[in-house]
Design a protein around this ligand. Structure first.
Ligand code: ZN
Ligand code: ZN
Length: 274
């Protein structure tokens, strides 16, 4: 099983970091977890097109995690020679978001249906709203849905993807909680969105300070990894953006609380579990 950080950025625009999105390759099944800014560019760089995805899994409905979902849907639709329904898993509210997105795309859909004689159906998107405790089979992957704590944003979920005895947890945004510990227990890898509490505290803007209470700091992600006994901690969604050359400083902050391997880096950083 492979895990690729397609986008390691955050809502703050960054020329070098796409928005939150992670690709999991479980045998022949490709799962896209979140679909932030620039996801198709990074997906192409990872050798995949939207038509190849087994499903999209959304951790929550914050815009930075789904702003380019419409691009996934449209490009899969126009590039597939035959109808190729896309299944989008996400917490309650996902159907409302997808319905709104399809409404936004209605003029484009009508243009393409009118113009292409061999295109007779609009994009087909099946939404499955999930809840903690759900266990899904998606292609070759078994996926367990867990509870996360990103309050006041709710509901939010994390996903544990399992394949051939390997497992990776995509924690999404949030602070440590019992649900996340349970989801991560004994996993090979745990991907967590993080912020640097020490650096965020230096920014004299109330709106920036607000984010401290609902995101894991690097240290909190590390302590979750230790409590859950995971083998590898993968950090992403860096707030503030991780400048080139500072990787070791961030890694050391995690290593102070976690004895396993710590992975972080640029977009398209990838690891193989096996
Ligand atoms: Zn969020
Ligand atoms: Zn986020």
């Amino acid at each position: 099983m492979d895990v690729t950080l397609l986008g390691t950025g955050s809502p703050v625009p960054d020329p070098n970091r796409a928005g939150p999105a992670t690709l999991v390759r479980a045998g022949g099944t490709l799962l896209l977890v979140d679909a932030g800014r620039g996801v198709l560019m990074r997906l192409a760089a990872a050798g995949a097109f939207p038509g190849m995805l087994g499903a999209v899994l959304l951790t929550h409905l914050h815009s930075d995690h789904l702003t380019d979902l419409n691009d996934v849907v449209t490009t899969r639709w126009v590039m597939s020679p035959v109808p190729n329904p896309l299944v989008v898993y996400g917490p309650p509210g996902t159907r409302q978001v997808v319905d709104g997105m399809l409404a936004m795309l209605a003029p484009d859909i009508s243009y393409r249906l009118a113009h292409h004689d061999d295109l007779n159906d609009p994009p087909q998107v099946e939404v499955v709203e999930v809840a903690p405790g759900d266990v899904l089979t998606i292609g070759e992957a078994r996926v367990v849905v867990g509870r996360t704590d990103h309050r006041p944003v709710e509901p939010t979920v994390g996903y544990r993807v399992e394949h051939e005895g390997r497992s990776v947890v995509l924690g999404g945004d949030g602070i440590p909680c019992a649900g996340l510990d349970e989801l991560c227990a004994g996993a090979d890898a745990y991907v967590q969105t993080v912020l640097r509490e020490d650096l965020v505290k230096l920014v004299p803007m109330e709106r920036f300070q607000d984010i401290l209470d609902y995101h894991s700091s690097v240290e909190q992600a590390a302590t979750t990894a230790t409590r859950a006994g995971v083998r590898t901690l993968v950090l992403t969604h860096y707030v503030p953006a991780l400048p080139a050359g500072m990787e070791d400083e961030w890694r050391a902050m995690a290593a102070a609380h976690f004895a396993g391997e710590v992975v972080l880096g640029d977009d398209l950083t990838s690891l193989t579990l096996g």
